[in-house]
Design a protein around this ligand. Sequence first.
Ligand SMILES: *[C@@H]1O[C@H](CO)[C@@H](O)[C@H](O)[C@H]1NC(C)=O
Ligand SMILES: *[C@@H]1O[C@H](CO)[C@@H](O)[C@H](O)[C@H]1NC(C)=O
Ligand SMILES: *[C@@H]1O[C@H](CO)[C@@H](O)[C@H](O)[C@H]1NC(C)=O
Ligand SMILES: *[C@@H]1O[C@H](CO)[C@@H](O)[C@H](O)[C@H]1NC(C)=O
Length: 386
Amino acid sequence: MEKRVLIFALALSLALLQNPVQSSTDVPCNFPAIFNFGDSNSDTGGLSAAFGQASSPHGESFFHGPAGRYCDGRLVIDFIAESLGLPYLSAYLDAVGSNFSNGANFATAGSTIRPQNTTLHQSGFSPFSLNVQWYQFHDFHNRSQIFRTKGIFGELLPKAEYFSRALYTFDIGQNDLTAGYFLNMSTNEVEAYVPDTLDQFTAVVKNIYGEGGRSFWIHNTGPVGCLPYVLGRLKIKPAQLDKAGCATPFNDVAQYFNRKLKQAVIQLRKDLPLAAITYVDVYSLKYSLFTQPTKHGFAESLRACCGHGGKYNFNIHVGCGGKKTVHGKQLLVGKPCQDPSVWVNWDGVHYTQAANKWIFDQIVGGSFSDPPLPLKFACHTHHPPH
Ligand SMILES: *[C@@H]1O[C@H](CO)[C@@H](O)[C@H](O)[C@H]1NC(C)=O
Ligand SMILES: *[C@@H]1O[C@H](CO)[C@@H](O)[C@H](O)[C@H]1NC(C)=O
Ligand SMILES: *[C@@H]1O[C@H](CO)[C@@H](O)[C@H](O)[C@H]1NC(C)=O
Ligand SMILES: *[C@@H]1O[C@H](CO)[C@@H](O)[C@H](O)[C@H]1NC(C)=O
């Protein structure tokens, strides 16, 4: 290589090292790690590690057995990791077989942004709310670096510089909305606490930025009014169902949350000038799975593939993988449908692997993102000046 070219290449790589956020948008980010925060939409084993495994048939379509996910296979976060050339994320809480070299997953099923004042057994909401996930991340950041230098741990923990170069992903908020409804709150009452919820969300993003995080990939919340656990549990009048069969009031609240989330992201961009923050509209995609399932290759959308009973093949008391003793024999109550690859809903609460794959395929190129950059360019601050 000619000397001048070499010096230029050296300067360029130094610049890349020092400033992971580029103003030009044609250099892929090469994220070396992902740190994920969220609920069951992206839990790869957290709740299972803390409270017992999500039982079979969860995981059957891909992992051929339980794999800590509330799904028959992979989640959107798994497809994100795959496409960035990274291994599936280990759950921070999982002490067995975890490898955090390329990131960690702090999400747990049932997590909310705001801490709930009830136990998991009382309400079904996880004690690992977003603020707790932040404490865990903070501790992980610090302690991983203390331990990295000691023997075998070097092979299991991320390098120091990965924390600033990583992609920080978020998919959380859905449970904050249902939490109020499950306490019999009105739509007005639920909407009234959305600003506080988003303030708490924003605080966590700022804390991560304060520890060097620069690239943020934030999913908005999905159409919760299309899911059997909401449709079946809450009293919905026929007039409140839309043409897809989804409950309009709950989807309206989800969209309200999303509008406020988008405003919060715009404010975060002003407050965190070195951050690249991508807002990803998974709501529209998920909703179109209910309005036009056949167009996207699905045969069933509203009913749960794995479940039992009622209009939506969903029973709140005995879910997918649940067991019942009949005449001394244990029966699997929630038997999965024949072909989960043509069903949208897996267990009444979560999407199938096929739906997750379809959603991922739509978002990876940036068409549903603001700014509209592909996933692998999500370290770029390409948004209009304010
Ligand atoms: C939990 O209780 C605290 C203290 O009373 C309150 O500030 C907070 O809003 C409550 N959280 C929820 C989700 O209701
Ligand atoms: C970890 O935290 C301790 C106590 O706050 C601090 O003294 C130490 O420098 C931190 N270590 C690293 C590697 O961040
Ligand atoms: C953990 O994963 C990293 C990166 O994939 C790999 O290099 C390392 O060998 C793994 N560690 C162990 C102990 O398997
Ligand atoms: C909500 O209302 C239902 C029906 O009126 C009632 O059975 C349930 O106990 C109420 N839940 C709470 C948390 O107040």
